[in-house]
Design a protein. Structure first.
Length: 132
């Protein structure tokens, strides 16, 4: 497996698991039947960290769409595998730390880690356009 495929797959798996903490909290607050009722619970009932985790998960999904397409386009364009592997690995860790600090409520680190992930996307765009 190519490193960029590994890190893209790891990023997809990680993003797919980001819902677990806040849904478990929703079960703790609303009960299992309340969480499974299909009704969207009043988010104000959940503690701040769970609300932030839900927003961090939503943000991760939004950015994963762009990132995954960029990685696949970069592969199709023959972007250097060392650059691609490094950028996909950096993106994975930036998004992992972003989720953690967003959930913990650390605004400065949240912004910094988001910016690192965004920069990874920009590097991929520049590489696809053969500008780097």
């Amino acid at each position: 497996m190519k490193p960029e495929v590994f890190w893209l797959t790891a990023t997809i798996l990680m993003t797919a698991l980001f819902w677990v903490p806040y849904v478990l909290n929703r079960i703790a607050v609303c009960g299992l039947s309340g969480a499974l009722s299909g009704n969207i619970p009043d988010m104000s009932l959940l503690p701040g960290w769970a609300q932030r985790a839900a927003r961090a998960h939503h943000n991760a999904v939004e950015n994963l769409v762009l990132f995954a397409v960029l990685v696949l386009l970069a592969q199709m364009q023959g972007v250097a595998s060392t650059l691609l592997a490094g950028v996909t690995q950096a993106y994975f860790f930036a998004r992992l730390v972003h989720f953690i600090v967003y959930t913990a409520g650390v605004p400065a680190l949240r912004t910094l880690t988001f910016a690192v992930g965004w920069a990874c996307q920009i590097v991929l765009i520049l590489a696809i356009f053969k500008l780097i």
